[in-house]
Write a protein that binds this ligand. Structure first.
Ligand SMILES: [Zn+2]
Length: 330
């Protein structure tokens, strides 16, 4: 059992966190596999392993920095989800709808639970652990999670469990006054997170997304304090400009005790779903900017991976993390 300090040690006046203390949360069981599911969906179900392998092969992180998540309890899932919803995902038809592969409704539910739901559930445990470790060490990265379309009573867009809201509510049991800023830079609007947490004054959401694609959830936008909708093919320069113009103000105004960074790589040029046309270097610069802005404000940050749908996504994540670790060594 990890000893978790009750209050953040990364408090005002302390030094920025050291690269050697970056906790990485990962399990080989994050990776999904159901009878070749990857052939039916653009989602690269092995991207978590690819990102992890990159970090280890490049010696960017040491094995001592790797933390294993544990499976969250039903009580933890019920911090957000309704019992009816959790009962509904026992059925193949519901799972097939959420992951947008209609053919899966013919596959026995136990196979889908093992191949899809359990990896997502474990990733939720990783986000809960990551949030606690971020408060302890100043930063942490869960090499999965960021399922930002899941609502309390409904999953969609490949998102079954609302891992970030669950982790925040779990943290509130220990730190009831903790203010959180969700910085959502996945290409899609994070409509699940804003529907669940948008009315809670302890949370503010900064969401920069392609306003021309899924989910187009107008109702959920009410819960987003800092909305930055973009057009398709925005491109790297304009994208980074928008981020740099808007993010510092959000951090300044909300003054969070924790930032949760939804670092979706589906903004990547050529991604079949995101359509924002951001280069690999643009994603590396983006992640670097968000992390260093959090450090400059002495705010603990948890990064989760969220979407990213090309076969290169795992390596881009590995390169990005390696890049900002190197920058901290300098
Ligand atoms: Zn996305």
């Amino acid at each position: 059992m990890l000893f978790i300090m009750r209050f953040p040690i990364f408090a005002s006046g302390s030094n920025p966190p050291s690269p050697d203390s970056l906790p990485i949360i990962y399990s080989p069981d994050y990776n999904m596999s159901v009878l070749g599911i990857e052939h039916f969906h653009p989602f690269d179900t092995k991207k978590y392993a690819k990102a992890y392998r990159y970090l280890i092969e490049q010696k960017a992180v040491q094995l001592e920095q790797i933390y294993s998540p544990s499976r969250p309890s039903d009580e933890e899932l019920l911090l957000v989800h309704t019992p009816e919803y959790l009962a509904s995902i026992r059925h193949s038809s519901t799972i097939a709808k959420i992951v947008e592969i209609p053919a899966l409704r013919f596959i026995p539910a136990p196979i889908l639970r093992h191949g899809i739901l359990e990896p997502m559930r474990l990733a939720t445990g990783g986000t809960i652990l990551g949030a606690r470790l971020a408060l302890r060490y100043g930063w942490a990265i869960n090499l999965s999670g960021g399922y930002h379309h899941a609502k309390a009573d409904k999953g969609s867009g490949f998102c079954v469990f609302a891992d970030v809201p669950i982790a925040i509510r779990a943290l509130w049991k220990e730190h009831p006054d903790l203010k959180v800023l969700i910085v959502d830079l996945d290409a899609h609007q994070g409509n699940g997170n804003s529907t669940i947490l948008g009315n809670d004054p302890r949370v503010a959401i900064f969401d920069m997304y392609n306003g021309e694609i899924f989910p187009g959830d107008i109702e959920a936008q009410a819960g987003v304090k800092y909305k930055v909708p973009l057009q398709s093919h925005t491109g790297t320069l304009a994208y980074l400009d928008s981020l740099k113009q808007r993010l510092p103000q959000a951090i300044e105004e909300h003054a969070p005790g924790l930032i949760v960074y939804n670092a979706g790589t589906d903004v990547f040029v050529g991604d079949p779903l995101g359509n924002l046309s951001i280069t690999e270097q643009g994603i590396i610069d983006r992640d670097n900017y968000v992390m260093s802005t959090a450090f400059a404000k002495k705010t603990p940050i948890l990064m989760v991976l969220s979407g990213g749908y090309t076969k290169k996504s795992g390596a881009i994540i590995g390169k990005s993390i390696t890049s900002f670790l190197e920058s901290r060594h300098k």
